[in-house]
Design a protein around this ligand. Sequence first.
Ligand code: ATP
Ligand code: MG
Length: 436
Amino acid sequence: MRPPAALEQARFPEAILDVLRRLSAAGHRSWLVGGAVRDLLLHRPRAATDFDVATPATPRQVMALFRRVIPTGIDHGTVTVLVGDEKVEVTTFRGEGDYVDGRRPASVTFLAELEADLARRDFTMNAMAYDPLQADFRDPFDGRVDMSRRRIRAVGEPAARFGEDGLRAMRAVRFAAQLGYRLDPATRAAIPGALEVVRKVSVERVAEELSRLVLAAHAGPALLLLRRTGLLGVVLPAIAALPLSAYRHAASVVRHAPAEPALRLAALLHGVGPEEASKIVFGLRLPRRLSDEVGTLLRAYACPAARHPAALPDAPADIRRWLARTGPQRVPAVFELVSAELRTLSPAHRAAVAPEVSRARAAIDAELAAAPPLATGDLALDGRAVMSLLGEGPGPHVGEALHHLLDRVLEDPAQNTREALAAELRRWWAGRTGAL
Ligand code: ATP
Ligand code: MG
């Protein structure tokens, strides 16, 4: 079939063409498949490392043809071929019965094999194939028609396809978030019946889809779709339990927040509070650093829609304590979240709240400009000095002393001298040992 212009005119990385040529020369005509074909049709940029090749050659044949290969997923028929600095994933056609090991019925024709492979793919837009060497295009499920209608449609019978693999329902909503497409009505209608299968998917894979969803350009509407299909109840039950209005608000803040994982997750999870939000991120097995970051960001401010922005600190000592807790490096991120919140308010509400947010920011910036001591490492006394002044060895009291001194210095930075801190340390120690 004659390829669409976007494919005919596309320039392919030399590494890809090299792999296709060598396979073809050995009698295995092979095809570009999946996301690369879809994205080329959309003129979406795609990393050279992210092209998938489907081939009739068995993994063993592929490995014999190329010098540098990694048997990435040999059970699934996938071999990674290294060409220069590039990696190309080459996967043996999969079809009915999965004959990864080369015991293929001789009667199966070549194009029937390609079609069987495409039929196993999730959505019509992901089930197209292109052979750039012969400029040949295959689209047996009308993926291009669905794309022109901006529709995500399951290949085959949606309920059966979602029932086979619980990840597909999540992928449908994630692709909707990335492409701004709708789900075809029958595809969408099949999701609520597949939730039990979604529940069986590993938390890591669900988290991967969810992370990509919240970072995507159309995350706002996709998050509403996630809730309406019932998927939210499976992947984020605590968030699904929030009232619809609170969830709509969160989805809208996500949409206005910069596409950065901690910011978008904080926006999404705001409604359950910092501790619970942080636990949810940790429970998704996302990096510890990310769950901590979400908690810290959410502790730093109260939502201006719900509360007064005076929940941001304004007295200088409060600002310094807030900076010590939040970390000065997070100030821009906190205000990104606050301004995303502001953008969800009605113009009148926003006009009422915005000046106070600006004042809070100016006061925080002014305090930062004075470079006050904000951490125990900034104190005029260090742990060693504490031990020698107290005539005590190491132990938990050293950290406690430093934290006590920091607290005083946050209250009044002028106290950050050796003399003043030494005097305060003695007072504190006398009180502490006296109390024992
Ligand atoms: P992207 O890499 O941009 O997320 P992609 O379409 O390349 O999108 P991959 O997960 O890399 O997605 O998968 C490559 C191809 O494999 C898909 O285009 C699709 O044809 C097929 N595929 C992936 N996951 C599934 C699945 N769960 N069920 C059926 N087919 C799938
Ligand atoms: Mg891919």
